[in-house]
Design a protein around this ligand. Structure first.
Ligand code: FES
Length: 233
């Protein structure tokens, strides 16, 4: 079938503002949007710029706004989008570098700010740090994050206040705060109790809807908020 792909383009060397460009591509229903972007780049316009790596929903590099929702281009199929017309734009709320490539530096700075690594206070054991299946299950959901930024860039609180640490950083803090082997939860909770921390969440659920891994992000944010409140009680 013929599909019209409307892509929001921006080249800082030539454009003063973004503009839409339309391409017609031959598509199969099971093609993914990433396949169509490749067709445009390889067959029609080699200047089209976008990130991708694994093409299997693992690396998180090709999140973009597709038909008005943040999704991974490598996971969403043409038939899931109705097939005839597909719009593609860069992730909202993040500075555009070129075409579909956004500047992720601020996003990763926020990720790093919550200390997303294991910090046990005891000396390393001779073998692995053991954990019960129940303790491991406590944070299983938030281990699934692939840092694609689909959640943070879909959040109206982040759009309104870019200094908000954002859902992705909170998800990655949650992954360690509730890890029984870690001893730095207090420090992370203190960071997230800041004015730009969890309290900026308005439980709009855009983040949960946008997550390509199905993480219950709003629930994770509320669990972190509750832990902050519990700590002060
Ligand atoms: S290219 Fe890796 S998640 Fe899509």
């Amino acid at each position: 079938m013929q599909t019209e792909l409307r892509i929001l383009r921006y080249d800082p060397e030539h454009d003063t503002k973004p503009h839409e460009q339309s391409f017609r591509v031959e598509a199969e229903p099971m093609d993914r949007v990433l396949d169509l972007l490749h067709k445009v780049k390889y067959e029609q316009d080699g200047t089209l710029t976008f990130r991708r790596s694994c093409a299997h929903g693992v690396c998180g590099s090709d999140a973009m706004l597709i038909n008005g929702r943040n999704r991974l281009a490598c996971k969403i199929r043409v038939d899931q989008l109705g097939g005839k017309k597909i719009t593609v734009a860069p992730l909202p709320g993040l500075p555009v570098i070129k075409d579909l490539v956004v500047d992720m530096d601020g996003f990763f700075d926020k990720f790093k700010s919550v200390q997303p690594f294991l910090q046990p206070s005891d000396a390393p054991p001779e073998r692995e740090r053991r954990q019960s299946p129940a303790d491991r299950a406590r944070f299983d959901d938030t281990t699934k994050c692939i840092l694609c930024a689909a959640c943070t860039s879909s959040c109206p609180s982040f759009w309104a206040q870019p200094s908000y640490v954002g859902p992705a950083a909170i998800v990655n803090a949650h992954r360690f705060i509730f890890d029984s082997r870690d001893d730095a939860a207090e420090e992370r909770l203190e960071i997230l109790a800041d004015a730009d921390g969890v309290w900026r969440c308005r439980t709009i659920f855009n983040c949960t809807d946008a997550c390509p891994r199905g993480i219950h992000i709003t629930q994770a944010i509320l669990e972190v908020s509750s832990a902050i409140v519990g700590r002060r009680a």
